[in-house]
Design a protein around this ligand. Sequence first.
Ligand code: NAD
Length: 352
Amino acid sequence: MSCFSSPDYDDHEHVSFFRDPAAKLSAIVAIHSTAPFGISGGGCRMWPYRSDDDALRDVLRLSRAMSYKLALCDMPAGGAKCVVIGDSRTDKTEALLLALGRMVERLGGKFIIAEDVGTTEADMRVIARETRYVVGKQTDTGPATAYGVFLGLKEGVRHALGRDLDGLTVAVQGLGGVGRRLCGHLKKAGAKLVVADTNRAAVDAVVAEHGARAVAPEQILSEAVDVLAPCALGAVLDDGSVPRLACKVIAGAANNQLAEERHASAIASRGILFVPDFILNAGGVIGASQEGRTLGGGGEGPTYDESVAFRDTERVAALVRQALERAKREALTPNEAAIRMAKEKIAERKRG
Ligand code: NAD
């Protein structure tokens, strides 16, 4: 395993490898940056990675994207991420979560942990028995994330197709906390839905509720639709899937949908608009930040106010618009434009 020479190592400030054999915990925390606030934040993903290299790669990429997201949203923290190697359905025990809490505590407040794929609000409450550096104990970020994706997706459609969603077909991959709610917004806006999930019950629920057409999971990325919304896992846009895409716009919640940055150019050269995921899915951190404001204060934090989270999430639309306009002006892919915007913001914050 190489770290410093990895193509995904982006001068990360701190990378820690944790193991607690008694609790069967193997975890990596990557802090992309704490500057200039002295803290960083990011979710904890529990996933049965095929190798340690895959886990390291994921945590490096996710933490960098988190830095971009937090900077663009003016959140007072740098980006970080934690990955736990294991299957959340079978390997997640109270002992493992408590060991994770002690691990976070050892980082002394430099890293604030939150939920992500494979971890839940209830898990954060267990972790909080060992550390106060945790948010997400009382916040289901799915609704705000889905709302932000919906607003950003509409901006993408307006930019690429010059119209609203009424009558368009949107394919949604992944019908979990975000994808399922995104379907609700899309349906209300008049879109027709094509959906897929590896969990049959999730598909049945969305078909029953929204009259969506279900397709097999391996088919969804190549459906002939107006918009594709990847809301399952990252790295779905790769050398295999990009040539098969049959949509006009891609706008979804999953983090790091591009297997590599070069796939942004491959998608653009096919005349498809890719809306940067780290802007689209920012509603989650925007919502969770309500809890983060009380960190260190010792209290449980304010009751999460979803209407405030939704109001604050509306900035996602403006950020998407800025990125798309800049991309057009400077002949960049929207992803490159959004990364430039984020890097400029990070540099500005460091200058103070
Ligand atoms: P989730 O775990 O609730 O849902 C993911 C869904 O995708 C599950 O129903 C799962 O069965 C399905 N899935 C997995 N592999 C699939 C495949 N190959 N094909 C089709 N479906 C598949 O997660 P979520 O909270 O809905 O988040 C979705 C994505 O958005 C994740 O990538 C997450 O990292 C990202 N995201 C979520 C938030 C948030 O606030 N929840 C914030 C930012 C980013």
